[in-house]
Design a protein around this ligand. Structure first.
Ligand SMILES: Cc1ncc(COP(=O)(O)O)c(C=O)c1O
Length: 400
C-alpha cells in the first residue's frame, strides 16, 4: 500500500520561503569548492576584514572567561554603549529603550512579534529585502509590498503608501540605504511618509543597517531626523554586520519605546536567550568607535567600477545606487528571449543560467519582488568585478 504520509510541518512554517540569497550563495560556494572558478556577486557580505581592535577585544574577553549568559537584552555596559551610539546618530533613548540582539534579522522578527496580531498588515516599499515578507508571515502578519519605480529613483511614494493602507495596516518597514536598490530616501520622501504614519497611527521599523554606506552628496536620514514627534511609534534597528563585516558574529542593536523593547526582551529570553556574549563585549569597541572611512571609499570605488561596466552593456538599464553595496539593473529587455534554445522567462531562470554557464552568481529580482531585475553585490575584488561583468556581457550576447 502506498499511503503518502501527511507533512509534519506546521502551516505557518510551510508558508515560509528560504532566503534566496543564502541558497544561491551556498550553491556558488559548493561550485567553488568543487574547483569551479565562480565569481560571486550574490552574498550581502563585505569582503573587508573585521577591524583588528574588535578581534583583539574578542580574544581578550574570551580568555578572561566572560562568555557567560547575560540578560536577553544584553549586558548593562553594552546597552550603555548602544545608547551612546544612538545618541551620536541623533536619537535619545533611555536605559529601558535599547537592547542588543543577534543581528538585525532577529531584531525585525522580535519587533514584529511584539507588535502584530494575526492578520495585521506589515507594509514595506518594494523592491524589498526578501526576508521582510517571510518574517512578517512567520509572526502571522500579512505582508503588503508597496511599489516604487526605477524612474522615480525607487523613492517610496507616500500617495501609493496611503492607497495601500487598510484598517488592518499596523507596521511600516523602512530601509534606507535600500537593499536591493541602493536608494537613499530623501528628506521630502521621509516627510511625506511621516504625514501618512501620523494620520494612520502606523508603527515604523527603520532598518538602518546600511546607514554608514552612502557614497554621494545625499545624507543618511532616519524618519526620526525629520519627524522627531514620531519617537513613540518608531523602532530603530541597526547591526555591525555590514559596517564592520561582523556578519557571522551576530550582533544587532535596537532603540524604541520602552513598552516594545520590554516585550522584545521577554520574547527573546524564552526563545534565543542573549546574543553571543563575546560578540556583545567586542561590540562595545565598535559602538564607541567610528566606521573606518577607507572601507566606505573602497566600496565606493567598486560601485563606480561596477556601474560603469554595467552601463556600457547595450539593453541593460542600470540606475546608479547611492548607498548600500548593490547594483540592481533591469533585465526586462532580455526576458522572454531565447538563450541557447531556452526561453528565459523569469529572473530566476536568468540567474540560474548565468551561474551554470558563465559561473557568475547573482540574486534574481524575484527574491526582492522585482521580477525584471537582478542584484549584483559589489563586495568582490575589482578584478573579479571586471571579469564577472565580462562574463555577464558574454551571456547577454547570446540572447536572441
Ligand atoms: C536590509 C537588511 N536588513 C537586515 C539584514 C540582516 O542583517 P544581520 O546580519 O544584522 O541580521 C540584511 C542582510 O543582508 C539586510 O540587507
Amino acid at each position: 500500500m502506498n499511503h503518502s504520509s501527511p507533512s509534519p510541518i506546521s502551516r505557518r512554517a510551510a508558508a515560509i520561503a528560504s532566503s534566496a540569497t543564502l541558497e544561491i550563495t551556498a550553491v556558488a560556494a559548493a561550485m567553488k569548492a568543487a574547483g569551479k572558478d565562480v565569481i560571486a556577486f550574490a552574498a550581502g557580505e563585505p569582503d573587508l576584514p573585521v577591524p583588528d581592535d574588535i578581534i583583539e577585544r574578542a580574544v581578550q574577553v574570551t580568555k578572561e572567561g566572560r562568555g557567560r549568559y547575560t540578560s536577553a537584552a544584553g549586558l548593562p555596559e553594552v546597552r550603555a554603549a548602544i545608547r551612546e551610539k544612538f545618541a551620536k546618530d541623533g536619537y535619545q533613548f533611555g536605559a529601558d529603550q535599547v537592547m542588543a540582539t543577534a543581528g538585525a534579522k532577529p531584531a525585525i522578527y522580535l519587533a514584529l512579534y511584539a507588535l502584530v496580531n494575526d492578520g495585521d498588515e506589515v507594509l514595506y516599499p518594494s523592491p524589498f529585502w526578501g526576508s521582510y515578507s517571510e518574517i512578517a508571515r512567520s509572526v502571522g502578519a500579512v505582508p503588503v509590498a508597496v511599489p516604487t519605480l526605477p524612474e522615480e529613483d525607487f523613492q517610496p511614494d507616500a500617495r501609493r503608501l496611503e492607497a495601500a493602507i487598510t484598517p488592518k495596516s499596523r507596521v511600516l518597514l523602512l530601509n534606507s540605504p535600500n537593499n536591493p536598490t541602493g536608494t537613499v530616501y530623501s528628506r521630502e520622501t521621509l516627510e511625506a511618509i511621516a504625514a501618512v504614519v501620523r494620520k494612520h497611527d502606523l508603527w515604523v521599523l527603520s532598518d538602518d543597517i546600511y546607514d554608514c554606506l552612502v557614497y554621494t552628496q545625499d545624507k543618511f536620514l532616519n524618519l526620526l531626523h525629520v519627524a522627531p514627534d514620531l519617537a513613540p511609534r518608531v523602532i530603530v534597528i541597526n547591526s555591525l554586520s555590514k559596517s564592520h563585516s561582523m556578519t557571522g558574529w551576530r550582533f544587532g542593536i535596537v532603540g524604541g519605546p520602552a513598552v516594545v523593547i520590554e516585550a522584545m526582551g521577554r520574547v527573546a529570553s524564552q526563545v534565543s536567550g542573549n546574543p553571543n556574549t563575546i560578540s556583545q563585549l567586542a561590540a562595545i569597541t565598535a559602538l564607541r568607535g567610528k566606521v573606518d572611512p577607507t572601507r566606505v571609499a573602497s566600496l565606493n570605488h567598486r560601485r563606480q567600477v561596477l556601474i560603469r561596466e554595467l552601463q556600457s552593456i547595450p539593453g541593460l538599464y542600470c540606475p546608479v545606487p547611492r548607498g548600500a553595496f548593490y547594483a540592481f539593473p533591469s533585465i526586462k529587455s532580455f526576458l522572454g528571449k531565447s538563450y541557447r534554445g531556452h526561453t528565459v522567462a523569469t529572473s530566476t531562470d536568468f540567474s540560474k543560467l548565468l551561474l551554470q554557464d558563465q559561473l557568475v552568481a547573482t540574486v534574481p529580482g524575484d527574491a526582492f519582488g522585482a521580477p525584471d531585475h537582478v542584484r549584483l553585490t559589489y563586495t568582490t575584488p575589482e578584478k573579479d568585478i571586471l571579469e564577472g561583468v565580462r562574463r555577464f556581457k558574454a551571456f547577454l550576447a547570446e540572447f536572441r
